[in-house]
Design a protein around this ligand. Structure first.
Ligand code: GLU
Ligand code: ZN
Length: 309
């Protein structure tokens, strides 16, 4: 049975191999989509070459397969999508929904860290300029399927954020919205580190006149110091051996039941069972240490109802 109304996705940046933290986002989005008999897509977000690691994208895809997370259709590579991003930018410009900005980072820091719209009506040209969204209807809050209504700090919601960088790269917020719309994504399940940009992404959907997907932000896996597991913090890559113990750890991290006899069953059975029993209301909201310590979840202060930075 396939329900064409649910399309989920996992959208890793190829800055390194998958670690336990990225497995949580992959597994959570996979199980949620599969539990609704929906599709699960994979998109490689390779729009920032300086931050990429050679070979990471193919390693990520191999890791997903090794962990039994098989995607539908073809992988979408953001590096092949430049024409679509340019077209989206051109549309915004034609509709006066963007403007060039030449302000420096230090000027923005001096005015409190949020951009104050200085160049909005200065008719700057494209030389040495970033392109910003002219926000017509800022989004101040959104409904998260796990966390309820999340309210954003006013300056964060209202900021005319960058959609095309001064260095010529397309901004993450632009590419993610253009591609999620293009792929027909209806449900975005990802880590809580991406709560902050969500109000901006919703504003962008609305300025394009596109339907807004549902959002669910998963708890983050933290290291012993309370930092998000990341490449910068030297999170180890997922082990290459038996995937099942790590998946069991990830399922427990997500508050999901694990059948006693999982050691006697193949990976496919473990995953199929997890799809059948998936219950998003069991996911803990708070970020926690990975592994067995996950049961003693603690708050690191990043999970307030208020979105701020
Ligand atoms: N590529 C982003 C990352 O790896 C995720 C984008 C998203 O899920 O919206 O952090
Ligand atoms: Zn400016």
């Amino acid at each position: 049975m396939s329900n064409s109304t649910c399309i989920g996705r996992f959208a890793p940046s190829p800055s390194g191999e998958l670690h336990f933290g990225s497995l949580i986002a992959a597994l959570g989005s996979y199980l949620s989509a599969r539990a609704q008999h929906g599709q699960w897509l994979v998109r490689i977000e390779d729009i920032d070459p300086p931050r990429e690691m050679p070979g990471a994208a193919s390693a990520i895809l191999r890791q997903l397969e090794h962990y039994g997370l098989h995607w539908d259709g073809e992988v979408l590579w953001q590096s092949t999508r430049h024409a679509a991003y340019r077209e989206a930018l051109a549309w915004l410009q034609q509709h006066r929904q963007s403007y060039f900005c030449t302000c420096t980072r230090s000027r923005i820091q001096q005015t409190g860290g949020f951009y104050d719209g200085h160049c909005r009506d200065l008719h700057r040209g494209p030389q040495q300029a970033a392109l910003r969204l002219r926000q017509h209807a800022p989004v101040y809050q959104f409904q998260d399927r796990l966390r309820g209504i999340l309210v954003a700090q006013r300056q964060l919601a209202e900021e005319d954020f960058i959609i095309h960088r001064r260095d010529g790269l397309f901004a993450y917020n632009l590419a993610v919205v253009v591609d999620d719309h293009f792929q027909g994504v209806t449900e975005i399940v990802r880590g809580a580190d991406l709560i902050e940009p969500t109000v901006r992404q919703i504003a962008l959907y609305q300025q394009f006149g596109w339907p807004v997907p549902a959002y669910l932000h998963l708890p983050l896996a933290l290291d012993q110091q309370g930092n998000k597991l990341s490449k910068q913090n030297h999170a180890p890559a997922l082990p290459a051996g038996d995937a099942r113990p790590v998946l069991v750890q990830a399922l427990r991290f997500l508050g999901q039941p694990v059948a006693e006899g999982w050691r006697d069953e193949p990976l496919e059975t473990l995953l199929q069972r997890a799809v059948t029993t998936w219950d998003s209301s069991l996911i803990p909201q708070e970020s926690a240490l990975k592994g067995d310590e996950a049961t003693t979840a603690f708050s690191n202060g990043s999970q307030q109802a208020m979105i701020s930075r």
